[in-house]
Design a protein around this ligand. Structure first.
Ligand code: AGP
Length: 614
């Protein structure tokens, strides 16, 4: 999704903007641009392709200016081209704007502006918004607040979503920013101020941030800022401190963020669990649920909504909560829930799971559940994110920033949080003290078990390189390993572009077996003892049709090596935690296959880290 960076201060804006855009690259984009404003007017440079293309041109031009904005564009309206890249300038050159989101009513606004003499050079909705601001600026009588008022009045007429930053030629030391459904935060420095669509763009400069809320417009200068609503009410800004460092957004010794984040999982799991076990270690505890045990006992159904890997984590949560807390659970794609009008019991508790906390479908599902009066909780990784702030409580994953587009440490952390929730709900219902103790012991040993699994990365790399040229692959698992089959397929397809599907292993005979041949390798996730024989039967069915087979099994089943082409043996852990352990091989397999194919692993084509447009 698009990225925004803005700066006003004593330093040169250009390098700050370019560095910020570089740190926003992971969000996915196809063009980039910056604009600075000086007393002599605007300097604007836009380029299709990577930020490095833009930086090369900018550095040749030796741009100046202490106030500026920058943007990485993930095309919505208008093709990928320089004219459609941001910043977009108004017809009479008074404004430049960068915008994330979609202006839904841009067509009638554009025809209105055309009748009032405005011209358009791009196909974007953003240029329409820029000209609408200029239109209001020309009519604004309040000369003192003319800039912020013109943005406020323009937005009054806009339907849609936006995170935006605007420069005005006549106010070269000011920025006006606004947000509605597309995240934006203000970073507060010493005699300088920043704006960004996510904290990774500015964390190296400041960790004091103010998250804008929907419908808020902020007026920034280097040593002050004010926030008003579209309805002209003053807003009291709440400053937060970011809980991570800039080092967390560097690759360190790893070639890709994805590999770094795969290997960060032991620490990420420790962070997800830190301080969350009861004193007698028989259950979990959460500070942010804001629901008493009595209230939670009234819950008779749990609905989980998410997208992508987070949705798969919800499937895992369903197994865990139903198995250990005996509460019925439903899982919905956020994008489906928001329109399905599902009949829910009055004591349904709705959880939204979202790493970024900004996925627009999941935010909309949260808002729909709240509109219907359901209690809403969130599991998310970004403090201060829209979903974190709009839910009535929740649990932070504390995974640290996840930069790679493919979700890895966040996915296993979400399952770990779900396991702790299942334990907590179970222990306020029927789970015994000693079962609780055993569950907590298993959780506390989990990071070491993950570390041990990661130590097989060289073996998995060798296996992966054998399968890098296939064009299809099936992932198969039963029960709580079925969602991991889905996750393995998602990882492989999104970073290596190999067509891959995940299925319940027994379901293979109801269709997918037609795909089986020597050209379609299958990966079996078969760590469960009690259904191993069933998985072995499926493996034999596949092998008899000449398909290559990779199997992931638990310690003690090395003898299966003769039944398959490649075997990965992982630690035998508590049944509730086997899915997390089995996730490591599928992540590493996808990574090393994609690496072998020379793919852009951290920034896969067409994908974005957080889908903030519908
Ligand atoms: C997973 O690898 C993808 N990056 C994608 O499916 C992601 O999980 C999905 O977009 C949800 O993102 P969220 O957790 O930030 O809401």
């Amino acid at each position: 999704m698009c990225g925004i960076i803005g700066y006003v201060g004593d330093r040169g804006a250009v390098q700050i903007l370019l560095e910020g855009l570089t740190r926003l690259e992971y969000r996915g984009y196809d063009s980039a641009g910056i604009a600075t404003v000086m007393n002599t007017g605007f300097q604007v440079v836009r380029r299709v392709g990577r930020v490095s293309n833009l930086a090369h041109t900018v550095n040749e031009l030796h741009l100046g200016g202490h106030t500026g904005i920058g943007h990485t564009r993930w095309a919505t309206h208008g093709a990928v081209s320089e004219k459609n890249a941001h910043p977009q300038q108004s017809t009479h050159g008074l404004f430049n704007i960068v915008h994330n989101g979609v202006i839904e009513n841009y067509i009638p606004i554009k025809s209105f502006l055309l009748k009032h003499g405005f011209k358009f050079s791009s196909d974007t909705d953003t240029e329409v918004l820029c000209n609408l601001i200029e239109y209001h600026y020309n009519k604004e009588k309040d000369r003192e607040n003319r800039f912020v008022k013109s943005v406020q009045k323009a937005l009054f007429h806009v339907r849609g979503t936006y995170g935006l930053a605007v420069l005005c030629k006549e106010c070269p030391e000011e920025l006006v920013v606004a947000r509605k459904s597309s995240p934006l935060l203000i970073g507060i420095g010493d005699n300088e101020i920043f704006v960004a669509s996510d904290a990774s763009a500015i964390v190296q400069h400041t960790r004091s941030v103010v998250y804008l809320n929907d419908g808020e417009v902020a007026h920034l200068t280097k040593d002050d800022f004010s926030i008003i609503t579209l309805g002209n009410d003053n807003v009291h800004a709440v400053t937060c401190e970011l809980d991570w460092q800039v080092e967390d957004t560097d690759k360190g010794p790893y070639e890709h963020f994805m590999l770094k984040e795969i290997f960060e999982q032991p620490v990420a799991l420790e962070n997800a669990m830190r301080g969350r076990f009861s004193d007698d270690y028989s259950t979990a505890r959460f500070g942010g649920l804001r629901m008493s045990a009595h209230e939670l006992r009234q819950v008779d159904r749990i609905l989980l909504c998410a997208c992508g890997s987070a949705w798969i984590a919800c499937l895992e949560a369903e197994y865990l909560i139903e198995r250990y807390a005996r509460i019925p659970v439903e899982v919905e794609y956020s994008s489906e829930f928001r329109y399905r009008n599902a009949p829910l019991d009055k004591n349904t508790l709705v959880f939204i799971i979202s790493q970024s906390g900004e996925t627009i479908d999941s935010l909309a599902a949260l808002q729909e559940a709240k509109r219907k009066g359901f209690r809403t909780l969130a599991i998310t990784n970004v403090i201060g994110s829209s979903i974190a702030r709009e839910s009535e409580g929740g649990i932070y994953q504390h995974s640290g920033p996840e930069i790679g587009v493919a979700s890895t440490k966040s996915f296993t952390a979400q399952i770990c949080v779900a396991a702790m929730l299942a334990l907590y709900f179970g222990r306020i219902r029927d789970m015994s003290f000693d079962d609780g103790i055993r569950f907590v012991e298993a959780l506390r040993m989990l990071p070491d078990a993950v570390k041990k699994t990661l130590s097989q990365s060289d073996n998995i790399k060798k296996i992966a390189e054998k399968y890098a040229e296939y064009t299809d692959m099936l992932f198969l698992g039963r029960q709580s390993l079925f969602p991991i089959a889905l996750e393995g397929a998602l990882k492989l397809k999104e970073i290596s572009y190999i067509h891959s599907e995940g299925y319940p292993a027994a379901e293979m005979k109801h269709g997918p077996i037609a795909l089986i041949s020597e050209k379609c390798p299958c990966m079996f996730l078969a760590t469960q003892e009690h259904i191993l024989q069933k998985n072995i039967s499926n493996i034999q069915e596949v092998r008899s049709r000449h398909a290559p087979v990779i199997a992931v099994v638990a310690d003690g089943h090395e003898s299966m090596r003769d039944m398959v082409d490649d075997l990965i043996v992982v630690p035998d852990v508590h049944p509730a935690l086997q899915p997390i352990i089995a996730t490591i091989p599928v992540q590493l397999l996808a990574y090393y296959i994609a690496k072998s194919r020379g793919c852009d692993i951290d920034k896969p084509r067409n994908l974005a880290k957080s889908v903030t447009v519908e």
